[in-house]
Structures are given as C-alpha cells and as structure tokens.
Design a binder for this molecule. Structure first.
Ligand code: SF4
Ligand code: FES
Length: 246
C-alpha cells in the first residue's frame, strides 16, 4: 500500500506544533500500525530527517504506552485493541491517515506523539496499593474466600493498562474510568478493605489536583477503552467515595 499521513510534529513541550504531510510506501496489510510508523521513520532517517517520536514498549497490548489518536479515535478505528495491535488491513491503498498525540491538559506533549502521562503514576501512588503484614504470620491469600463474581469483576477492573485513551476520548478530559478501575480492583476484594477509605479519597483528590475533568456520563471512554473497562467502575468509585466521606 501507499499511504498519505498527516502527523503532529512538535519539537518539545513549549514549541508550537503543526500537522505535517508524509507519503509512505511499501506498507503490507499484515504490518501493525507501529511497524508502518517504523517504515516511515526508516525512510525519514535515510533522508537525514528527524524521525517521528512515538511511545511503545511491549507491542502486544500490555504496557499501555502506544498512545496515538488515529483518524480522530484513540488507538484507531478498531475496537478492544491498542495502537500496537492495530493492523494495516484496517486501511486501504491510497488512504489518508491523521495521527495525533493524546490531547489533554494533564497529558502535556513531550515530543511529536509522545505525551507525559506521569499524572496517572501519581494517582496510582496516592492509593493504588495494599498493605501486607510481613511479620511472619502473613495469611495465605488462597485461604481467604472470595466469591467468583467479585473475583471476576476485580480481575476485569485490573485489566486497565493505564493507556489514557479514556482521557483522550473524553470531552472533559476526565480520568474517572481509569481511577474507577483502579479503585474497583481493590474495593471488590477483602485485601483492599484496610486502606479503602483513604484510597478512594486520596486517589480522587490527586485526580482533581492533576487537572482532569469530571465525568458527565457520555460513555465515550468505555467505547474507546482497549480493555473494555465498564462505566460501572465509575459508579463504584462514586459509591466508595460517598461511603468514605460518611
Ligand atoms: S480505563 Fe481503559 S482507556 Fe482508560 S487507561 Fe485504563 S485501559 Fe486505558
Ligand atoms: S506498545 Fe504496549 S500496549 Fe502498545
């Protein structure tokens, strides 16, 4: 395939960015989207031009690094996948593809398509952990009965990879799907009860401090989330917060 690409280029956080047009050729439908970007970067490097900066690590849908807005959608036109799992068979020869970074005030652009998502790390640090008694009488987790339903729901919430697609998609740049998932994965389990009150208060306070917006129940985040995190997690977070304040 031959493709026309319109890509956001920005030298650094303070520079003014702009869309730049590129032509790329020799793209196989079997390539992943990031492999297509690799081909473009090789072509740019061979011409002595600055390659396009983009984030990636695992390239298999686990790390949540490959944050890109493709043709107006976080992680592109497919559903339930990250950018690294997007295949070029989703596009046709001659297509024009627009590629932008995830945009949110709390995710400043570092360079080109790379954004700083350390706000998510700080929210995690505010409460995304449990205390374990390591004094010698630690209870084996397998001896604590947990209903199948609660275990399944906790596991579903724990599949959030912190990619930020929910924030990039939300018109309010809300991080409530992410925080809802992180609160839920502990709120559903007995191990999460010890810090439950402080956890939800601290994580929500940090979320607000980072400048994320509020949820207005549009539900776009749930549709674009590559891991299918449910809006139910936001409802659970709100219930946990209300309980904590009472
Ligand atoms: S809730 Fe979904 S979209 Fe948001 S950070 Fe987690 S995995 Fe990504
Ligand atoms: S590179 Fe890890 S999820 Fe895409």
């Amino acid at each position: 395939m031959k493709l026309k690409l319109k890509i956001w280029r920005q030298k650094n956080a303070s520079a003014k960015g702009q869309m730049v047009d590129y032509d790329v050729s020799d793209i196989s439908e079997h390539m992943s989207f990031l492999e297509m970007m690799d081909v473009l970067n090789e072509q740019l490097i061979s011409k002595g031009e600055d390659p396009i900066a983009f984030d990636h690590d695992c390239r298999e849908g686990i790390c949540g690094m490959c944050s890109m807005y493709i043709n107006g959608e976080a992680h592109g036109p497919d559903r339930g996948i990250t950018t690294c799992q997007l295949h070029m068979r989703m596009f046709k020869d001659g297509d024009t593809i627009t590629i932008e970074p995830f945009r949110a005030a709390a995710f400043p652009v570092i360079k080109d398509l790379v954004v700083d998502r350390s706000a998510f790390d700080r929210i995690q640090q505010a409460g995304g952990y449990i205390s374990v008694n390591t004094s010698g009488n630690t209870q084996d987790a397998n001896t604590i009965p947990i209903s199948k339903h609660a275990a399944d729901e906790a596991m579903d919430a724990a599949t959030c990879i912190g990619c930020g697609a929910c924030v990039a998609t939300c018109k309010n740049s809300s991080a409530m799907l992410f925080v809802g998932a992180k609160v839920s994965q502990y709120a559903l389990l007995p191990q999460g009860q010890i810090e439950a009150v402080d956890r939800v208060k601290n994580m929500v306070a940090q979320m607000d401090l980072e400048g994320f917006g509020n949820c207005t129940n549009t539900g776009a985040c749930e549709i674009e989330c590559p891991k299918g995190i449910s809006l139910d997690t936001i409802a659970r977070m709100n219930r946990e917060l209300m309980k904590a304040h009472i």
